[in-house]
Design a protein around this ligand. Sequence first.
Ligand SMILES: NC(=O)c1ccc[n+]([C@@H]2O[C@H](COP(=O)([O-])OP(=O)(O)OC[C@H]3O[C@@H](n4cnc5c(N)ncnc54)[C@H](OP(=O)(O)O)[C@@H]3O)[C@@H](O)[C@H]2O)c1
Length: 331
Amino acid sequence: MSKNINAVVYEKHGNPADVLHVKSRPWPTPTSGEAVVKMCAAPINPADLNQIEGKYPVRPELPATPGFEGAGVVVDLGAGVKGLTSGALVILPHNIGTWRDALAVKAEDLVVVPEEIEPVHAAMLKINPMTAWRLLHDYVDLEQEDWLIQNAANSAVGRAVIQIAREPGYRTVNVVRRSELIDELRAEGGNAVIVDGENLRDEVKNATGGAPIRLGLNAVGGESALRLANCLAFGGTLVSFGAMSLQPLKIPTGLLIFKDLRFRGIWINKWYDNATPAQRMDAFQSLFEMAKRGLLKTKVEKAYPLSEAKAAVAHAAQGKRSGKIIFEFGE
Ligand SMILES: NC(=O)c1ccc[n+]([C@@H]2O[C@H](COP(=O)([O-])OP(=O)(O)OC[C@H]3O[C@@H](n4cnc5c(N)ncnc54)[C@H](OP(=O)(O)O)[C@@H]3O)[C@@H](O)[C@H]2O)c1
């Protein structure tokens, strides 16, 4: 095993492609209760870029290694580690920096992945599919055939929402900003796929036959979020979890007075912090059960080696991608 690893590091906040460097670091040694994980795959999510830019609520001590999620294989165990074996594929916790070849982590924070699930698949279950799961289970009690509406429907979260919603038979209105995604998202199970625009409310009414929509999921903000809110039924709930347009959410008073809409938000990191180990495991079991059936596979546009971190983050910052940009780690 190599004596050194490569790690992506930044010493100051700024444009990721400018401030990231790849540095050599000593191979990690586990202390008591820790396991060394050799990374297999780690995606570049919008939150990773925001954190490097200094625009995220959690600012790590600098220098720092980015990467909120990923999966790897346990290769070494410190003293006193129980219930974990060398060779296990595991999902890493957040706030440890996954963009490095290997790292020592508290063993109790690792989630062991069933062997039917591939490393790249496992590497992208913790943030986006888990957020989708929580969005569909924690806010509005939906019943079979109920409708919900979401924007950025082709995002990793959006595609997971489509798949998770299908399990109990919820129906999805999927709002996108590109017409070329309509057939693809319909094929993935989206009941209605509509290009965002001024006529959204009428087009949604046509698609749903005017059925009430009690849950809206907003990852865009600005005018798009307002159009989503305008599609909701009296007493409906809009859950915001992203602001891809970088525009603020402006809520007209009428939506509160005359429609009694509820506005909520979710930050999945907080959910993990507050969940008991049993709640976390329960939630992962539900995702694993779907993943074993080939579901919740986040699409990948391109995999980069860690040595090309600058090109990778520049690519990830581009819109209109066909999937995630990820790091894959060599032998
Ligand atoms: N709150 C939480 O805990 C939490 C958890 C997970 C994710 N998120 C957030 O959820 C959002 C989606 O994350 P993801 O990883 O699923 O995204 P992703 O797969 O990287 O996809 C990005 C999505 O945003 C759309 N988009 C980008 N710029 C846009 C704009 N100006 N207007 C409208 N749409 C735009 C893209 O559409 P095109 O394909 O057309 O470019 C695409 O659908 C992000 O904001 C992320 O930070 C939050």
